[in-house]
Design a protein around this ligand. Structure first.
Ligand SMILES: Cc1ncc(COP(=O)(O)O)c(C=O)c1O
Length: 359
């Protein structure tokens, strides 16, 4: 059996039970799962495509790839051919399997940020490679590295990497023969700062060689339940990944492909959803600050990265006693042991309840 870390969320169960004991019920700000409705335009597209008896294409329909390329161009200033897009069964699947799909293995390092979504580490382990969390690529010296993950806006911190920083990562990777995989699943949720894609010409100089940008419809379009994402970038890498994924049966269901196409063609629903998150964030942030938490980074994305200076599990307990469940920072790396991650994904009524309890 492959050695994988314990599933961290199980450790939160006693605090969940504590929060559930609150007389007005739990406010769950831990996992960050969407709670608002799936947009009508997307549901209609899913229903209209429900008579899908045949096998769908692993590559996705041309309409879907064109919608993804159109969205990248329209919203993020990224110009690429629809041929350089590949649909994913949600982006988590891709994060977990990319090192394996690329043939990375024993003795090779997969690099990811010190504070990070745990699946980068898991993906390295599934491939038999060595997970390596660092924010200092320069300290690695001349070693050749096959894969570097970046994640801006970051889960858990909400930090946005500016174009200049990403440019340095890309040029380091090109010197060291590394592929840069950029997890951009929160790119539409910039608040104080505007996130930029690794595929933007200001970052990559107009060449997508060695670059992959990973996108998700889970947060933008409330499609976490549909499992819908895509990867775009280097044409040669996309072709290689397509070949392996065809053999492995990593196929997005046809009705979901239709739903994704409708979601990517429509910006109105995404603006509405953005406004909901903005309002919840605007309510929670000052309430936490008034209650003694300092908010760090958190310039984008779905989370407030907060600390009152105590150990993260003590903070989890303090908030759970108020019926508010949050995630301990050490789920995301040892450097997070004095922080908690607070998701802005509960409904308005629950967010109001949390604000009242923090007073
Ligand atoms: C940084 C990051 N990447 C990837 C994912 C996976 O998203 P999905 O599989 O829903 O596309 C998440 C989910 O929260 C995430 O936070």
């Amino acid at each position: 059996m492959i050695g994988l870390p314990d599933f961290p969320w199980d450790r939160l169960t006693p605090y969940k039970e504590l929060a559930q004991g609150h007389e007005d019920g739990i406010v769950d700000l831990s996992v960050g799962t969407p709670v608002d409705p799936v947009p009508d335009v997307v549901r209609r597209a899913l229903a209209d495509a429900s008579d899908s008896p045949g096998y769908p294409l692993t590559y996705g329909t041309e309409r879907l790839r064109a919608a993804a390329a159109g969205w990248l161009r329209r919203r993020h200033g990224v110009v690429l051919d629809q041929a350089d897009v590949l649909p994913l069964i949600g982006s988590k699947e891709f994060v977990a399997w990319l090192p394996t799909l690329l043939g990375i293995g024993s003795g090779q390092r997969v690099i990811f940020p010190e504070l990070a979504y745990p699946t980068y580490d898991v993906g390295a382990r599934l491939a038999g490679a060595q997970p390596y969390a660092t924010d200092g690529l320069l300290a690695l010296g001349p070693e050749r590295v096959p894969l570097v993950w970046v994640n801006s806006p970051s889960n858990p911190t909400g930090k946005v990497l500016p174009a200049e920083h990403l440019r340095k990562v890309v040029s380091w990777a090109r010197e060291h023969g590394a592929i840069v995989a950029s997890d951009e699943c929160y790119i539409e949720l910039g608040w104080e700062e505007r996130p930029i894609s690794v595929l933007h010409p200001d970052v990559c100089g107009g060449s997508h060689e060695g670059l992959l940008a990973v996108h998700s419809l889970s947060k933008r379009s409330n499609l976490a339940g549909y499992r819908a994402g895509f990867v775009a970038g280097d044409p040669a890498l996309i072709r290689r990944l397509l070949e392996v994924r065809k053999h492995a049966g990593m196929i997005v269901p046809a009705p979901v492909q239709a739903a994704m196409t409708a979601a990517l063609d429509d910006d109105a629903h995404a603006e509405e959803q953005r406004a909901r998150y903005a309002a919840r964030r605007a309510a929670l942030r000052p309430a936490l600050e008034a209650a003694g938490w300092r908010i760090e980074h958190s310039a984008a994305g779905l989370y407030l990265w907060a600390s009152n200076g105590e150990n993260c599990w003590d903070q989890v307990r303090t908030l759970a006693e108020k019926g508010v469940l949050v995630a301990p920072g050490d789920f995301y790396g040892a450097a997070g042991d004095r922080h908690v991650r607070i998701a802005v994904t509960a409904g308005d009524e629950r967010v109001d309840a949390a604000v009242r309890r923090l007073q």
